[in-house]
Design a protein around this ligand. Structure first.
Ligand SMILES: [Zn+2]
Ligand SMILES: [Zn+2]
Length: 411
């Protein structure tokens, strides 16, 4: 009889997972050139600079160490096990990270919380810069993978794929796409042409995708007209974004972006004519009372809507460690799982990423918002003991919101 605590319980389940599923874990391409990093579950230490020659070696290590997080380098190295300066950088895959943390969603107010490590004050939504109670900057945010947040991350991923393939000419066959196991998606591009791009070149790609330094006037917006819906690249995106924006914008929203009363009235009054105008050359010059400056403000909104919200730091970092597919995410107990460009629309991350489909566990939940794992919804909970499907129970324990109940204290 061994007394166990929550961490030991998580460790035992993660161990079962790796015993059973390691055989299906596919290593990255050129495994022998990659650096691996493992964050250990109990010790909370990061083992870096690990290298493996074969998939078997990697799998044996996962079974023996049972890490909370498994990472590999986007970079290829001559000597991946050496210290950073000695590794001999050979190139890196082009990687993109889309995380709901970088997208403002209305639901974050209902499910995200923060705690001040100094005075233990708590609050909801995005944390303020300083603790409102003690004014210290020691705040920790707890975010949740909710359906709305994950759906917005998916939309950004689809926009990103579109920019990469239609504008920049990357082939979808060179792309791999996956749900991160927490709040976002990863997109990798692997091909010879991008392998040796330096950080500055990758920054150029990032700027194009997020529309940094993009001036609509250099994309056809002029006093004499503007871009058309079927134009190539950002030109077309600005036209389509303008079309979509005006389709749904309320007079209040138009005023909020800085349009004067005459322009707001005119745009509302001529809504039908504007929609019709796209069959010809667009509404750019035909609506009285809407100045070139007003159109520029609308085009800026169109740009914002069509840019993909990626984590720009990840893409420009040519030494980045990335989570390995089919390994567990220590903050959720879900697995990072691949999807494809063709199936992402129907992909349900909260269903596909379930790593523990059988069993139940009884836990004491401190606090949790309503959440879904698999097809079932659970919660909200506050200071209660519940028996949940194992995947949902592990999810709350990994999030630090629940402890294993005494019923499970003896195994
Ligand atoms: Zn405080
Ligand atoms: Zn949400």
């Amino acid at each position: 009889m061994i007394e166990i605590d929550t961490k030991t319980f998580i460790q035992a389940k993660f161990s079962e997972y790796y015993e059973k599923n390691s055989v299906n874990i596919r290593p990255p391409s050129s495994i022998e050139k990659r650096e691996f990093g493992f964050l250990l579950l109990k010790e909370r230490i990061m083992l870096r600079h690990k290298a493996f020659k074969t998939a078997q070696e990697l799998r044996a290590s996962l079974k023996a160490l049972v890490p909370a997080h498994v990472y590999y380098s986007s970079a290829h190295y001559e000597q991946p096990e050496e210290e950073m300066e000695e590794k001999g950088w050979l190139g890196a895959d082009l990687v993109f990270d889309i995380d709901a943390d970088h997208i403002s969603t209305p639901c974050s107010k209902t499910h995200d919380t923060w705690i001040c490590h100094n005075c233990k004050a708590t609050g909801r939504g995005t944390p303020p810069k300083r603790c409102p109670k003690c004014n210290k900057q020691n705040l920790e945010e707890k975010t949740w993978p909710c359906e709305i947040c994950l759906e917005s991350a998916k939309e950004e991923t689809i926009k990103l794929m579109d920019l990469l393939s239609n504008d920049l000419g990357f082939s979808t066959t060179d792309m791999s796409l996956s749900f991160s196991g927490h709040r976002g998606y990863h997109l990798h591009v692997e091909n010879k042409d991008i392998l040796t791009l330096n950080s500055a070149s990758r920054k150029e790609i990032v700027d194009y995708i997020v529309g940094i330094g993009l001036d609509p006037q250099l994309h056809g917006l002029a006093r004499t007209g503007g871009p058309n819906l079927d134009d190539f690249g950002w030109r077309g995106r600005i036209a389509r974004g303008t079309y979509e924006y005006l389709l749904s914008a309320t007079p209040e929203q138009l005023a909020k972006i800085g349009l004067g009363r005459a322009a707001v009235q005119s745009l509302s009054k001529h809504r039908e004519r504007i929609l019709e105008s796209w069959k010809f050359k667009g509404p750019w010059t035909m609506i009285k009372g809407v100045s070139f400056e007003s159109w520029s403000k609308i085009a800026a909104q169109a740009l914002k809507k069509h840019a993909a919200k990626i984590d720009t730091v990840v893409t420009t970092d040519v030494h980045r460690l990335i989570r390995l597919a089919d390994t567990l995410h220590g903050k959720t107990g879900l697995k990072k799982i691949e999807t494809t460009a063709a199936t992402i629309e129907e992909f349900d991350p909260l269903k596909s990423a379930v790593a523990f489909p059988h069993g139940t566990a009884t836990i004491n939940v401190a606090e949790a918002p309503k959440f879904r794992i698999g097809t079932e919804f659970h919660g909200p909970y506050r200071n209660e003991k519940v028996e949940l499907p194992l995947a949902a129970a592990l999810f709350l324990m990994c999030k630090g919101s629940a402890r294993i109940s005494e019923e499970h204290q003896h195994v």
